[in-house]
Design a protein around this ligand. Structure first.
Ligand SMILES: [Zn+2]
Length: 315
């Protein structure tokens, strides 16, 4: 049984596995999922057991994952009768792990804020023998939605994983709603191959990476496919300013990832949101008197850019 969300004991809140990954790599927070305890997101179920009745994580820290991250039961995890997270398929095959089934209906552009619960004075954190918390009246009031899939996410990797892992099921992607800012569409229409970026502005653009150039002040990601305009092909690229990376809260993991990508021989894909590459005239290297056209954009928010492997995306 795969969990779309779990209750974090240290944050006293329900998180998606993408929230957990984001927190793990964030150098401005002390969060470490290996030191946290994740419990059943069903409030009634959680209240019925001790805090030692934990779930485990899959791909919570793996920088370059291929299989969908998630929470799952340990062999000893127990649930109350009727809990939707009780495993009804004992020994279910690994294939159920291979796609993201919880589709957030909205991608929020501002980061989620967490209010860390302060430990009791004199105790170092939460003792495992603490009595389980009983659901508060507040969480009872919103119970119908609170133990199910979080409907919104601010972690870009989540909608991207929905798209990538379900790429073989176009009907599903066409049926799943996605809202970003004021724009409401479906997963299928929100994700746009870079070669078709002229179709519409403000979408999530993606494409296979041809090359990543490491310059003094920036990285440039070149896409394999070209944009056609007036029967002429134009290259597409995005620039990542190194100052932006230096100030990024996930700087370490981002640098590790992009440096590995520069030298990678494996097919890599780039997804980005927030900017739409536009036609620009740039001077030719060989002959600076001449210019040539290229569709280019400067990435403004590294939270809204992903470089990853995506098997099955273009078969
Ligand atoms: Zn449960």
């Amino acid at each position: 049984m795969k969990f779309d969300t779990a209750y974090s004991l240290s944050l006293d809140d329900k998180l998606s596995i993408y929230d957990v990954r984001d927190l793990n790599f964030d150098e401005t927070t002390a969060f470490d999922s290996d030191k946290d305890s994740f419990l059943c997101p069903n409030d009634e179920c959680r209240a019925a057991f001790a805090a030692s009745n934990v779930l485990t994580t899959f791909n919570a820290k793996n920088v370059n994952y291929q299989r969908t991250p998630h929470f799952k039961n340990t062999p000893s995890t127990r649930h109350i009768n009727g809990c939707r997270y009780a495993s009804h398929k004992a020994g279910a095959s690994e294939t159920e792990d291979e796609r993201e089934e919880s589709f957030p209906s909205e991608f929020i552009l501002t980061r989620r804020q967490y209010e860390r619960s302060t430990p009791e004075p004199g105790s170092d954190g939460i003792a495992p023998q603490d009595p389980p918390k009983t659901p508060s009246s507040r969480s009872h009031a919103s119970h119908s939605s609170s133990d199910t899939t979080p409907d919104k996410t601010s972690v870009f990797a989540h909608p991207v994983e929905c798209y990538v892992s379900n790429i073989d099921d176009k009907d599903k992607l066409k049926g799943m709603p996605l809202k970003i800012g004021e724009t409401a569409a479906t997963y299928w229409t929100f994700f746009k191959k870079v070669e078709y970026l002229q179709d519409n502005k403000g979408l999530i653009y993606w494409g296979r990476i041809k090359e990543i150039k490491d310059y003094t002040n920036s990285f440039r990601i070149d896409f394999e496919k070209k944009v056609w305009l007036d029967k002429k092909p134009y290259s597409v690229n995005v620039y990542l300013n190194k100052k932006l990376i230096e100030n990024y809260r996930k700087r370490k993991v981002f640098l590790e990832q992009i440096k590995a990508a520069v030298d990678s021989e494996r097919p890599l894909y780039c997804f980005f949101y927030g900017v739409t590459p536009a036609l620009k005239q740039v001077p030719s290297k060989k002959n600076p008197e001449q210019t040539f056209g290229v569709f280019s954009a400067d990435i403004e928010n590294l939270d809204h850019l992903i470089i990853r492997e995506a098997p099955g995306l273009e078969t």
